[in-house]
Design a protein around this ligand. Structure first.
Ligand code: MG
Length: 257
């Protein structure tokens, strides 16, 4: 199932998106998409609604340095354990919403990533049972101000600016996350082209690691790390991240004035 959140002529709603192309429709879900969602019976043509960030997260937990080739390009060492950090939920935006470049940074990078969306409250989840707590998967861009990252020594400012966590276009609930192509394009030029089979820490291992530290709530998002090929985005460009089996998340880039 493709789960999304839309602004419709009748208000904001969680939806199931069914069909493709001109036939695609957004079917309204009553209340929330967790558990066994029920439907109101109302639906809209997908073309008549605006896709929003597909979930409201209490937190966005991110894994750093989780593809060897990206660790190498950053000049670091491959960590034995997952390195985690948090992006504030206020950094989340949906598809098509401009990434706002802060005036304080001269070096903002895209980072295309597979994102896990948690489906139920959980703590201390063993890897063998980790997929049971997953609602589904979406596409993320872990936008990062490299100059802030270098200067601060920790990553809260670099990763936490408003609009620095585009998510979408929807959540795919029936997906094996272990072998998905992941590609990032800037104005149509391919910059990152990898596969989740190259994750150093797999999706189940990540959920075990993070849930051993903190309680995860329905809607929480875990970014699994970016492959090699990170680079700058500037005013006027459009950055698109595609994950196989999910779809493409595109956002324009705008300098804050
Ligand atoms: Mg990242």
């Amino acid at each position: 199932m493709r789960l999304g959140r839309v602004a419709s002529p009748d208000g904001v709603a969680f939806v199931s998106i069914e069909g493709d192309g001109d036939e695609a429709r957004a079917k309204e879900i009553a209340e929330h998409p967790f558990g066994n969602p029920t439907f109101t019976g109302r639906s809209w043509a997908l073309a008549d609604v605006r896709l929003l960030a597909p979930i409201l997260a209490s937190k966005v937990v991110c894994i750093g340095k989780n593809y060897a080739a990206h660790v190498a390009e950053m000049g670091g060492e491959t960590p034995e354990d997952p390195v985690i950090f948090i992006k504030p939920n206020t950094s989340i935006v949906g598809p098509g919403v401009p990434i706002m470049l802060p005036a304080s940074s001269n070096e903002v990078h895209y980072e295309g990533e597979l994102a896990i969306v948690i489906g139920r409250p959980c703590k201390d989840v063993p890897a063998a049972k980790a997929l049971d707590v997953v609602l589904g998967y979406t596409v993320a861009n872990d936008v990062s101000a490299r100059d802030h990252q270098r200067k601060d020594g920790q990553w809260t400012r670099a990763k936490g600016h408003d609009t620095f966590c585009p998510l979408g276009p929807w959540i795919e609930t029936s997906l094996d996350p272990s072998d998905l192509d992941i590609k990032t394009e800037v104005d149509g030029a391919v910059k990152q082209d990898s596969n989740t089979a190259l994750l150093l820490h797999t999706v189940p291992e990540i959920i075990e690691w993070v849930s051993a530290i903190m309680t995860l709530l329905p809607g929480d998002v875990i970014l699994t790390g970016t492959p090699e090929g990170v680079g700058p985005i500037v005013d006027g460009q459009t950055v698109s991240v595609t994950v196989g089996g999910i779809g493409t998340l595109s956002n324009p880039v705008t300098a804050k004035r």
